[in-house]
Design a protein around this ligand. Structure first.
Ligand SMILES: NC(=O)c1ccc[n+]([C@@H]2O[C@H](COP(=O)([O-])OP(=O)(O)OC[C@H]3O[C@@H](n4cnc5c(N)ncnc54)[C@H](O)[C@@H]3O)[C@@H](O)[C@H]2O)c1
Length: 353
């Protein structure tokens, strides 16, 4: 499979390029990057500055859209029209309407589509999903979810403008958190949100902090906090995601800083209120996707799982199937982001449509 990568910034360098380089059936054939400096340091020989050149090439089977958010829709629609399979970065679009348009176009095209909800490939998240599916927690009652990072230079630039990013911290990292919780706990039915911009940056019109109370379709309740003004939480490998799920029979607590472990109350521990959470190692079978060519010991365990995303995309194309996280997951996530922004603006509960 010959891949074109569009955009050679942090996501492409940190996730897509190393990920596809590990896939024996994939070749990164061309890179589209208007910034010459960024392009030359990737080691890809075939570089262009206009994505239409990539899309016009018949030897390219699939593209990865890793540009700033405002370009996703335009590039994805053009790629699908040219018959390419598409892996698009999160958030899929600037709003739900655009994300739905992208999903409809992908479905019409019959091509494979995937949204880069990278943290889904964290071993502990894969294991948590299995425990939930097996009913180990019983019926879910409450969810506590947070994604916290420190303010960093990466917020400057396109991420600080609504018209380029869709929203601030919500689109940037809240999209990951919302997707993970939707995967583990199901759809969010309604929410009430609050947001703040703490940075004194006259060029920015987006929030740095968002929190919301949520009701799930199952009747479970949840709280979410998403912040990029949390000193000490880092920007990059030390950022943290916390997801706590409490059910009628047990509970589990995930932290991104412990991607090979979970704290949990399972079995008898879940029945006895005197027993504390205990640590479980993630079983071997969840440490990478089945069949992934990745050596699980070759990279920091807080980073390496990200490369399984490329492997899953290639496998989906081989199967001819768009598998989760697809554009459909991108749309479901976007619906929650839109509702949170609407609620924070109106200061009232909003149904997620
Ligand atoms: N999945 C993840 O974990 C993850 C991590 C980081 C970023 N992201 C997402 O990836 C996307 C890119 O983020 P980033 O951090 O790499 O941003 P970035 O600013 O570091 O890189 C974006 C790159 O796109 C290039 N670009 C701009 N216009 C272009 C065009 N018309 N054609 C081709 N390239 C163009 C820029 O020159 C830049 O090099 C965003 O949607 C972001 O939300 C996802």
């Amino acid at each position: 499979m010959r891949i074109g990568i569009i955009g050679a910034g942090g996501a492409a360098r940190g996730i897509h390029l190393p990920g596809f380089r590990l896939c024996p059936d994939a070749e990164i054939a061309v890179l589209c990057e208007p910034d010459q400096n960024a392009a030359t340091t990737t080691g890809i020989a075939d570089v262009c500055a206009d994505y239409r050149e990539v899309l016009g090439r018949r030897d390219i089977d699939a593209v990865v859209v890793a540009t700033p958010n405002y370009l996703h829709r335009e590039i994805v629609l053009a790629a699908l029209a040219r018959g390419k399979h598409v892996l698009c970065e999160k958030p899929l679009a600037l709003d739900r309407a655009a994300a739905e348009e992208m999903l409809r176009a992908a479905e019409r095209s019959g091509k494979v589509h995937m949204t880069a909800f990278t943290y889904r490939f964290t071993p502990a998240i894969q294991y948590a999903r299995r425990l939930v599916e097996q009913g180990e927690l019983g019926d879910l009652r409450t969810v506590r979810a947070a994604y916290l990072m420190a303010l960093s230079g990466h917020v400057l630039g396109w991420r600080s403008e609504k018209r380029l990013a869709g929203s601030g911290v919500l689109a940037d990292i809240g999209s990951h958190l919302v997707h993970l919780v939707q995967w583990l706990a199901g759809d969010i039915r309604a929410l009430t949100a609050s947001e703040r911009r703490f940075r004194e940056d006259p060029t920015s019109d987006v929030e740095d902090w968002v929190a919301f109370l949520a009701e799930f379709a199952t009747g479970a309740c949840g709280t979410f906090e998403i912040s990029r003004v949390a000193p000490g939480r880092g920007a990059g490998i030390t950022e943290d995601i916390f997801i706590e799920l409490y059910g009628t029979r047990g509970s589990l607590v995930f932290s991104l800083q412990d991607p090979w472990g979970l704290m949990a109350a399972l079995g008898e521990d879940g029945k006895d209120p005197a027993r504390p959470l205990r640590h479980y190692d993630v079983p071997e079978e969840f440490l990478k996707l089945p069949g992934s060519p990745r050596d699980i010991h070759a990279h920091d365990r807080r980073w390496g799982y990200r490369y399984d995303q490329a492997f899953q995309f290639i496998e989906s194309v081989k199967l001819g199937q768009a598998r989760a996280p697809s554009f459909e997951d991108g749309v479901r996530c976007q619906a929650v982001l839109d509702a949170a922004l609407e609620s924070a603006g109106s200061r009232r509960w909003v149904e997620v449509r």
